[in-house]
Design a protein around this ligand. Structure first.
Ligand code: GTP
Length: 261
């Protein structure tokens, strides 16, 4: 029998997903959270890229966290699949980090840059950010979709760029708040310390709720039907109601649903 007083116990960390369109600042948000929270919390990061470990390398080179605590999942396919339909690779990476660096307080999981509709399965993360930026246009927040509408927190990033791209940040935030029926909207610029402090406070507040058992993982819902190439008819998932297609990647796998119940 192992001596339980010396056997490290693996604590289940709060798992937070970061999704959003390409280039809106998902890696930058994770770097910022590591910088802001890395001294008071034990953190780890999982990145998702289709064919590379570029995001993991960016974060390691940012020097914000012990590089060993940053692991890359190479999805090899449509990036949303690994965070929504078959989360096995990501769950294994998260659990490995939780075990190797026990106790871990928060694991941040970055989705591969995708279109507007990717969301995390609640089987993988307890809470999720969806990241937009002002450079994508002030209208984006009104356009809706599961991530914009129902992610736990919507970040409207790069507000410092608003004057250069003709976006009224207050209006964009107001539109987002009404599209989200009052769910959290966090305007953010890394140049604005107050906005950084609000994002940090949101994570700490969510961690408190998670630890006290008050936090319940919400499912923003599946992504909308989508196609990747002309003539690709896609296939329909009865369980999720998704139509899904992989002509672009030539992918032929079946989806194993790894939802926790
Ligand atoms: N001006 C400004 N630029 C920012 C801010 N946050 C991020 N950026 C820049 O936006 C660009 C994209 O940021 P990333 O963090 O790489 O975006 P991403 O969403 O991870 O990108 P993918 O992984 O390719 O989907 C980089 O050049 C960042 O430096 C911000 O607050 N203000």
């Amino acid at each position: 029998m192992p001596d339980s007083s010396t056997t490290p116990t693996t604590t289940r960390a709060l798992r937070i997903g970061v999704a959003g369109p390409v280039g809106t600042g998902k890696s930058s948000l994770i770097a910022l959270l590591c910088r802001e929270l890395g001294t008071e919390l034990s953190l780890a990061v999982v990145t998702n890229d289709i064919y590379t470990d570029e995001d993991a390398r960016f974060l390691r080179s940012a020097g914000v966290l012990d590089p060993e605590r940053i692991r890359a999942v190479e999805t090899g396919a449509c990036p949303h699949t690994a965070i929504r339909d078959d989360v096995t690779q990501n769950l294994l990476a998260v659990e490995d980090l939780e075990r190797d660096f026990a106790p871990v307080d928060v694991v941040l999981v970055e989705s591969g840059g995708d279109n507007l509709t990717a969301t995390f399965s609640p089987a993988l993360v307890d809470a999720q950010f969806f990241v937009l930026d002002v450079a994508g246009g002030g209208d984006v927040a009104r356009k809706g979709g599961p991530g914009i509408g129902r992610a736990d927190a919507l970040v409207v990033n790069k507000t410092d760029l608003a004057p250069y791209v003709g976006v009224d940040v207050e209006q964009m935030v107001a539109d987002a708040e009404s599209a989200r029926e009052g769910r959290t909207v966090l305007p953010l610029s890394r140049l604005d310390p107050e906005s950084v402090a609000r994002v940090k406070a949101w994570v700490l507040h969510t961690l408190d709720h998670f630890r006290s058992g008050e936090h319940v993982a919400q499912d923003p819902g599946p992504m909308a039907p989508h196609f990747h190439a002309e003539g690709d008819e896609g296939h329909f998932h009865a369980e999720t109601g998704e139509t899904h297609s992989h002509v672009e990647t030539g992918e032929t796998h079946t989806h194993e649903h790894a939802h926790a119940h």
